[in-house]
Structure formats: C-alpha cells, structure tokens
Design a protein around this ligand. Structure first.
Ligand code: NAD
Length: 428
C-alpha cells in the first residue's frame, strides 16, 4: 500500500495532509509513505521529522504520485496533479465539489476513487474523522485572533492608574461549530459577547459559553439535520431589524452563518456597517460562500469608513500547525477501518454508512447524491397533485447519511469552553 503526500499547491494553503505522528501510524498499518520535500514546512512539520517517522522524502513527487495507491491532500488537486495520478488510485482530500465541480469530474474521469473529507457523515462513529468540524473549530478561534490583531483596542477591561479601559463588545452571527469556538475565544480574551442564530436550540450552547443569545423568535429555524433553513422575506426583515439595532453598539462582529447548498445569507448591510463605531472590525467567515456582510471581499481587507471587514477564506490555514495535525488525524481515523489487516491493502466496505457518505467518485463517475440527480420517480409512485402551491424544492445538499441531527443534550458546562458538536448516533 503506497501512500503519497504532495505539498499543497493552491494559494494561501499552509496545511499538510499527514503529520509525522500519522505517518508513523500509517506505516504501522503496512503503508509505505512518500512525502514531498517541504510539504509540511509551513506547518512546522519538517522533512527530518517525517523521515524519523518512517516516510521517504521525494524532491519530485511525480513518480510517487504515479505509483501511489492512496494520495492524501488537504485541498482538491490541480489539473496537473490529477494528470500525474494513477488510474484506480484513491484520493482523500477536501474536494469542494459544489464550488468546483470541474475538478471533481476530472478526478472521476481519471478513474480515481475519491473520498471528499467534507462529506464524512456527522455521526458518532465518524466523530474523529470530521474534518469539517476540526477545521471550522480552529477557523472560529483564528477569526477572533485576527479581529483582535486588527482592532486598535483591548478585548478585556483593564483598571489602570490612568483610568479604565472598557471591555470590547463582540457579536457572533451563527452559532455552529465555528461560531461557538469564536464565542469561547472572545470570552477567554475578556470581551462581552453576544450571539445569534436562527436555530433556537443554539441558544442553550451560547448561554453555556457565557454569552447572551439574541434571537428573533422563529417557530422553526432548522432546515433539517441540525442545519439552518433559508428564512422567508418577512423573517429576513425581522432579523435585519434585530441585527441593525444590535450591531451599532458592537466593536467586533464575527459572522459564520451558512445554509447548506445556498449562498451565505446577507446579514450585515452597508448601511449597518455605517452605523458601527469607528475602529470596529468585522470578520466574515462566510466570505467563500459570498459573505454575510454586503461589503466583504474574499481574501481582502475592506476598509469602509473606519470599519475593517476581513474576508479571509484561509483561517484554518492561518493556524496550520494545529489544523494540519487535526486534519491528518481525521484522515488517519477515516483510512484505518478501510485497511484490510491481512493483505495490508485498502478494502473499503462499499455499503458502510461512512464510506458511502464520503465517496464522491468511483469507476469513472461522480456518485455522491448531492452531485448526481436522483433517479426520476415512476409516474405511478408520484405524489397526487395538491391544491395548495408547493414550495420550490431545496437544493440537494447531501445524502441522508451526512446531515447531522442535533440532540438537545450534551451542552458543555459554562466554565469549560470545549466545543463539542452535537451528533446523531451511528446506525447499528
Ligand atoms: P454551518 O456551518 O452550516 O452554519 C453555521 C451556523 O450559521 C449554523 O449554526 C446555522 O444555524 C447558522 N445560520 C444559518 N443562517 C443563519 C442566519 N440567517 N442567521 C443566523 N445564523 C444563521 O453549521 P455547522 O457549524 O456545520 O453546524 C450545523 C449543525 O450541525 C449544528 O447544529 C451543529 O451542532 C451540528 N453539528 C453536528 C455534528 C455531528 O457530528 N452530528 C458535527 C458538527 C456540527
């Protein structure tokens, strides 16, 4: 079982898909691991450490790519990399297939078996493989650190002989994995924190982290599986009024609101930014999905009046040592059960819930339910016509296996700022 770990080639990517720790464990599973020279340098994982863990270091990864059974990457490969891979090899990475379907199709056409790490089902058994959560957690942390670095004031309150420095006020929009970590981090830094979400249940978690929950009382803000739904125009107007009122008293705004398969909801308008205090900072974690703030530009810092809007899309990469270490463990946890102990080769059980949920391409085709149109329903089985107008169908976002359900238990205690995403149990 030959594994290749190339250096990441996309801009602003400092992470690496295997760490010396996971290389050692992959070798113990019977793999020969080849790491491209310098692949981990930006994440402080040096060639010598990989060598000591049992990896071969290749100045040119080409031959290892051409021979590999498994290729481990963080970001989806570029066309040139796909061309160098062997037909029938297995590729594990974050494929972003909804944003870049062409690359997913090229990988499928090359005959690769592709596992998209963002599709790991959010079930208990797959908790250690959940790359989306591990990276969002660190991105939420880093967003607050970036905000603090661009804020020309302190976060905590200081009492000094020369007078009192007031604590910063921080407002977090969207209390999912990234948002909860942003709340916890801003609280640790001493800010006065408030947060909002359309999911009422998020309120308990927000409160448990010592922040105030600001909420428009929606009957049901969930779209299914614990994710948010898109709001109606009336609800959007209600939320906009609440946000407009709240935002003008804030120093820091961290936006993380996302709706699966849709552009990010627009929550902060230009007019709202213009009401904010001079020196305020907005960090928009939804920049890649179009931004929660009207003024956000992906990968840029926009200054509007005296407010800075940070649209970094590489927040996890900005904390590359930890994000690489966690991502590498996610991959190791995903691969380990796929390896046959006897033959020391990859033998996935194709009907396994995690394998099925994560599989993006196989046998020359895209196979993931979110990318392949569902088979037409036979006429006899179709719903009878309804007299009430039906809603437009939601865009396909995932297989039923991959959307999390959010049980109401397991809220972390107030003095423990560990972010534990709520999970649904694995099916037997
Ligand atoms: P996400 O990245 O899809 O969205 C971020 C947050 O934005 C969500 O909390 C969402 O409710 C919120 N949001 C959407 N529209 C909004 C709006 N208009 N205004 C304010 N907030 C808005 O979410 P996520 O971090 O992936 O988490 C989604 C759910 O999945 C949560 O319930 C989380 O607890 C759960 N989860 C489950 C597992 C698991 O293993 N089962 C793992 C991680 C997360």
């Amino acid at each position: 079982m030959k594994i290749a770990v190339p250096k990441e080639r996309r801009p602003r990517e400092a992470r690496v898909a295997a760490s010396p720790e996971t290389v050692k464990k992959l070798a113990a599973l019977g793999a020969t691991v080849t790491v491209e020279a310098g692949a981990g340098t930006a994440a402080a994982m040096l060639d010598e450490a990989y060598k000591a863990a049992g990896a071969e270091i290749a100045a040119d990864i080409g031959p290892a790519l051409a021979a590999a059974d498994i290729i481990l990457k963080v970001q989806r490969p570029e066309a040139g990399e796909i061309a160098r891979m062997r037909e029938g090899a297995t590729l594990c990475c974050l494929m972003a297939p909804h944003a870049d379907r062409a690359t997913a199709e090229a990988a499928a056409a090359k005959g690769l078996t592709v596992f998209a790490m963002e599709f790991v089902p959010r079930i208990t058994r797959a908790q250690s493989m959940d790359a989306l959560s591990s990276q969002a957690n660190l991105a939420g942390y880093r967003a607050v650190i970036e905000a603090a670095a661009h804020f020309a004031r302190a976060f905590p309150m200081f009492m000094t002989a020369a007078g009192t420095v007031q604590a910063a006020k921080c407002f977090v929009l969207g209390a999912g994995v990234a948002g909860l970590q942003a709340i916890a981090t801003a609280r640790r830094l001493g800010a006065i924190v408030s947060a909002t979400d359309v999911r009422k249940a998020a309120g308990e978690q927000v409160a448990s982290l010592g922040a105030k929950f600001v909420f428009i009382d929606l009957k049901d803000g969930e779209g299914g599986g614990g994710y948010a739904r898109a709001l109606t125009p009336e609800e959007q107007a209600q939320q906009a009024a609440l946000v407009a009122q709240h935002v003008k008293n804030q120093d820091i705004v961290i936006t993380t609101a996302l709706i699966p398969g849709r552009p990010a909801p627009r929550l902060i308008t230009k007019a709202m930014v213009e009401t904010m205090k001079p020196g305020s900072v907005i960090v928009d974690l939804a920049a890649e999905a179009g931004g929660n703030c009207e003024l956000t530009k992906a990968d840029e810092i926009v200054r509007h009046g005296n407010v800075s809007i940070l649209g970094f899309t590489d927040l996890a990469s900005r904390i590359a040592v930890d994000s690489s270490a966690l991502y590498a463990r996610n991959i190791l946890a995903f691969l380990t059960p796929l390896v046959d102990k006897e033959s020391k080769s990859l033998k996935p059980k194709w009907d396994d819930e995690i394998v099925r949920g994560t599989l993006l391409a196989k046998d020359g085709k895209l196979v993931h339910a979110s990318l392949v149109p569902a088979a037409p329903v036979p006429a006899a089985a179709a719903e009878p016509p309804s007299s009430t107008p039906t809603q437009a169908p939601e865009p396909a976002t995932a297989t039923p296996t991959e959307v999390p359900q959010r049980p109401s238990a397991s809220v972390p205690p107030a003095d423990d700022m560990t972010i534990v995403p709520l999970r649904r149990p694995s099916s037997p």
